[in-house]
Design a binder for this molecule. Structure first.
Ligand code: BGC
Length: 736
């Protein structure tokens, strides 16, 4: 009663105040009213000023009206350190050390939308506390080739999985009054030639494979911002691309937010005005480490735009549309009522990161049950590999972070083992040292010869007397590995790791290989190494999460969000020799057959399939049943089965539903993921799992009609533990 009285009283005091307040300053007024009110108070100069950067990561507000600046930050797995106003170098603040969350491949590997929500909530809180109102992420470009240096920032090869995971991330980020800026729209599937390469792809592949995660981000996630990609489509840069921005994004999808350019992705004033760009950043830079100084006034959407407006060559309507969008962003974020304050670098965020990491780590192989390591039997543990100690939260390009702390795998293992067993570390291999990213006048590391043979001999020798060998290697964030700006050159592990792993496996049969990467790698030694784990880039708590899985405190439940092909030529982008194009164009001849869709079609056995991941327990799938065997295109259909944990440990299984269209007027993939559920089962427990789908899961995009089509005919629902491990299926039909 008392509380109610206080609320009424405060409104009684506030209302007359609001009555005199301009509408745009009234937090209780509808956003669109605030936008219109602010817009009509602004001068043309003030409007144009909002459209382009004033520093590396900010754009002006309207100081005269008390409308604040817009501040952006990378993204996508932590809040980047402050850089200088007009330079890429770190500003050396002492209060900007963040929590690094697992990279997005790791999140996708959890196959758990609840983890995506937790992730979004936490990173949103970090962004909010640091006063950033736009988070430059998440990234949902489809994993087309394992060589792409930025795959670790994305959510894998399947549009359905990426769409399911991106939506909760965005919703939770934005609850903080921070806009998620989904990137890079679109077709930015390789780093090589990224600034100009023109992607030639069918409308069908565009709509079925490359756009669904973006569409879900906008329509279901309600993203308030999106970033244009560097590359071209239909010979137009994606940051000012009529088809992608005006036609698809703004017209067809009804996007009312802001299109932000990638940093240095704008090339032309007229196109930028006409083709849907709203905010321009990083012009005349490569987005990472070079740039012309203090040229903001010369940006394509700065003085040149003003000139065109003044001499009547550009209209006010288009300008007003852009400004409305930016004002909407401001009222949704910086000037939103009841905006929470956020929190930064907290233990709670670190623990969230660890939980996500533990759910995303994938047990790829576990012959002879080498894992989990049993500390009641093992007394002498050898850890080998540079990645056991190498920092992985720095480097890699724009996602590089300054972290509060980072637990290395070795530190995690040592902390977990304590004095119960002896842990010895030898390097085994070494990568060439690189200068620090984002540091002014960073010292070039001294050139040093790495004696791979000697390093290997030392490790092999130590392996002979160990009870178990934990090899921790993979890729890293050096240039040419999992790093923005370039692609990998080969599927193979770098730094002579293949030879080392084979030799270690020969020296000691109790061999565990932990790969840290954001990409598939070749594993010619997979037959020799009994246990293989994919542990991703897991951020601040990486080492503790790895140790928890290796020693069995956590039962692994991650599943691969992309295929590990046995050979590079088994991947669709490489099979037809498309990749990387001729420098001007790259043609996607694989069309809709990307990832497992390609391997299914070509009947190629992967090294590890999309959706694959083992557990320390076992699951038994019952037979799937269907509620109706025939439906109309307007009806939904439900598939049900039971899943039992038949082992002795509690665990979680990701039950996957694939749909197969038996006959269609256009070629269709053998099967496509259309549902998944992560079920937690106690040892011996059985649960019923069901999936309800509608026509959207059964339809395909018809280029000729420019529309999604649901065709009558025979279908099959396939339920399994991976795309290559279907356990049960049932037929159904769409009636004519
Ligand atoms: C990247 C973006 C990033 C931007 C700002 C660009 O190089 O492509 O993903 O958000 O830089 O750092």
């Amino acid at each position: 009663m008392k509380k109610r009285f206080v609320i009424i009283l405060s409104w009684a005091i506030a209302l007359p105040l609001f009555a005199q307040t301009p509408v745009y300053l009234n937090p209780a007024a509808p956003i669109e009213d605030r936008v219109e009110d602010a817009l009509q108070r602004m001068t043309r100069e003030e409007k144009v000023a909002m459209l382009h950067a004033q520093s590396k990561f900010s754009a002006p507000g309207v100081p005269r009206l008390g409308i604040p600046e817009n501040w952006m930050s990378d993204g996508p797995h932590g809040i980047r350190a402050e850089v200088l106003w007009d330079e890429w170098y770190g500003a050396n603040w002492t209060n900007d050390s963040c929590i690094a969350f697992p990279a997005l491949t790791a999140l996708a590997a959890s196959w758990n939308p609840d983890m995506a929500a937790l992730y979004g909530k936490s990173i949103g809180e970090e962004a909010r506390y640091r006063n950033k109102n736009v988070l430059l992420g998440p990234g949902v470009n489809i994993y087309r080739t394992p060589l792409n240096g930025r795959n670790f920032e994305y959510m894998g090869e399947d549009p359905y999985l990426a769409a399911q995971m991106v939506v909760p991330y965005i919703k939770e980020v934005q609850r903080n009054g921070v806009a998620a800026c989904v990137k890079h729209f679109a077709l930015n599937n390789q780093e090589i030639y990224r600034n100009h390469i023109n992607v030639q792809v069918s409308a069908r592949a565009l709509h079925e494979i490359y756009l669904p995660a973006f569409k879900a981000a906008i329509q279901q996630g309600g993203a308030w911002a999106i970033m244009g990609a560097y590359n071209q489509y239909k010979n137009q840069h994606c940051c000012h691309n009529r088809y992608l921005l005006n036609d698809i994004l703004k017209r067809d999808w009804g996007f009312d937010g802001v299109v932000v350019s990638d940093w240095g992705g704008v090339h032309n004033t007229e196109e930028a005005i006409a083709n849907g760009l709203d905010m321009e950043f990083g012009t005349w830079t490569n987005g990472l480490n070079w740039g012309k100084s203090d040229v903001y006034n010369q940006y394509y959407l700065a003085q040149p735009y003003l000139e065109l407006l003044k001499n009547g060559q550009a209209g006010e309507d288009v300008l007003n549309d852009k400004v409305r969008r930016i004002l909407r962003l401001v009222f949704r974020t910086n000037m939103a009522p009841n905006r929470p304050y956020g929190s930064f670098g907290t233990q709670a965020h670190a623990e969230t990161g660890r939980r996500i990491a533990e759910e995303g780590i994938v047990l790829l192989q576990n012959n002879r049950n080498v894992l989990p390591v049993d500390l009641s039997k093992v007394k002498n543990i050898l850890v080998v590999g540079e990645n056991a100690v190498k920092k992985m939260t720095t480097g890699g390009g724009s996602s590089s972070l300054k972290v509060k702390y980072e637990v290395s795998p070795l530190a995690g293992i040592q902390a977990r083992v304590g004095s119960v067993a002896q842990v010895t570390y030898v390097k085994g291999y070494e990568s060439p040292a690189e200068g620090e990213q984002d540091v002014k006048n960073a010292k070039k590391p001294e050139a040093k010869t790495i004696d791979a043979k000697a390093l290997r001999a030392e490790a092999v020798n130590a392996a002979k007397s160990a009870d178990v060998v934990l090899f921790i290697g993979g890729l890293n964030k050096n240039a040419g590995q999992d790093c923005e700006g370039d692609d990998r050159k080969t599927l193979d592990l770098p730094y002579a790791q293949n030879e080392l792993i084979a030799a270690l496996a020969k020296a000691n049969p109790n061999m565990v290989v932990v790969i840290i990467s954001g990409n598939a790698v070749a594993m010619p030694w997979a037959v020799q190494a009994p246990a293989i784990v994919e542990a991703w880039y897991n951020g601040t708590e990486a080492g503790n999460a790895i140790a928890a899985v290796l020693f069995g405190d956590v039962n692994p439940s991650g599943k691969l969000p992309f295929t590990f092909p046995a050979r590079l030529q088994d991947n669709s982008a490489h099979a037809a020799g498309d990749y990387p194009g001729d420098g001007k164009n790259v043609t996607y001849h694989d069309d809709i057959f990307v990832g497992y869709r390609w391997l299914d079609k070509e009947k190629i056995k992967p090294l590890f399939a999309f959706g694959h991941g083992l557990s320390y327990t076992m699951f038994q799938y019952g037979e799937v049943s269907v509620n109706k065997s025939k439906i109309t295109a307007a009806e939904t259909i439900t598939f049900t089965l039971s899943v039992k944990n038949t082992g002795t440990r509690d665990g979680a299984e990701v039950v996957q539903l694939y749909i197969s269209d038996k006959k269609a007027s256009l070629p269709r993939p053998v099967k496509e993921l259309k549902g998944f559920k992560k079920v937690y089962l106690k040892a011996g427990e059985t649960q019923t799992v069901s999936f309800t789908i509608d026509h959207a899961a059964l339809s395909f995009y018809d280029d000729a009609k420019g529309a999604w089509i649901t065709e009558p005919g025979a279908f099959e629902a396939l339920v399994g533990a991976s795309s290559a491990d279907i356990k049960t299926d049932v037929a159904f039909e769409i009636k004519r």
